[in-house]
Design a protein around this ligand. Sequence first.
Ligand code: ATP
Ligand code: MG
Length: 420
Amino acid sequence: MKQGSGLVKIRGWCYRQRSSNKFIFIVLRDSTDIIQCVVSKDKVNEKTWKDADKVRIEFSLEIEGTIKEDKRAPTGYEIDVSKLHIVAPSETFPITKDKSTEFLLDVRHLWLRSRQMTDIMKVRSAVLEACNEFFKKEGYYETAPPIITGSSCEGGSTQFEIKYFDEKAYLSQSAQLYLEALIFSLEKVWALTPSFRAEPSRTQRHLAEYWHCEMEAAWMGFEGLQKFEEEMISFICQYAAKNAGGQLSALGRKPADLKKVKPPFPRLSYDEALKELAKKGHKVKWGEDLRTEEERLLTEKLTKPLIVTQYPKAIKAFYMKEDPKNAKLVLCNDVLAPEGFGEIIGGSERETDNAKLIKRLKEAGESTKDYQWYLDLRKYGSVPHSGFGLGIERVVRWLCKLESIRDAIPFPRTIARKYP
Ligand code: ATP
Ligand code: MG
């Protein structure tokens, strides 16, 4: 929608319509915004007046008229209509005020037209753009790892198995192992792919299909990894504040607060995190993972993300490097969004010792046969390297202050839903 003063021609959908004897007010919606269009009986021909009177919510329209500033109009401008063309009528739109969350999910294909969903999708687009720009700026190559895989990455329990000709295969849970192979030629790589996890429980932060932004870098150590994560999250926040500030404000997130998300972020080791939790009267047994509740307690009062490092080896993936100072720990980190939104990044330095990798694969009940190609990577000029995975919807949920992660993606997939 081009705004200024003078003659304009716009296309869009009727957002609301109200008529009186002399005027018909049509609020028109397009991808940019909404604008009020006024049809005056004494200024248009009879056909235009009659057509305008037929217009209802979601009719698609072409309108010509004169635009002028009007402080009383919903978005500060108004169009004085001279011509109106109905492109297509609309049946009575099923979405009215006070519909249940479930109903809105059933008609998600239509609910996407709401201003709220439109704002969220624009923030999401800004987040994706930011990831692209950041990796480009840092000299990373974008790559294309496979979605169909023969082996697991994050553990078998949440894998989607598929029929693959006469064999079984799995939908990717992470591109990491493949990105590790690519660093031996490209050194710094990233990929944005869908990841699939058969998450059995209904939570506000798990989808069965989500967009996973992953990076891997040769020569990068554990400290370098954390610096990179801080820089990237800060970049995304600055970018979203700058390019989707209006949408964020409408969703209740102050862009100025996001601009303050700059390195360094607070850090705690897993051990320190347990002490913090104990101080809050919340005991966690050493060796147990931090759940949503614990992550919330650690971050509810923070304004920047918190980095929790060095979790117990036994609860983490086989490829995470053993902490040289304590063999019970691994050099991993989870980045937790502030205000209790929970984990947005999981990363680690990678184990390069094949004997240790094989031992841990066996402990996890995995067949090393499936991982021969991965173990090869350590045989031919192995290098220290690190990487992480960031969940796009987790970040969007945090930035847009969404109750559920389902609203961070157009068509959410969960255990309870694959329609529409
Ligand atoms: P969680 O403990 O929350 O289940 P995870 O430890 O399984 O997360 P990773 O395997 O480290 O997560 O995956 C990397 C990132 O992918 C996470 O930090 C998160 O941002 C995102 N992620 C993981 N599982 C999901 C999911 N089911 N839905 C949406 N995003 C996810
Ligand atoms: Mg998980």
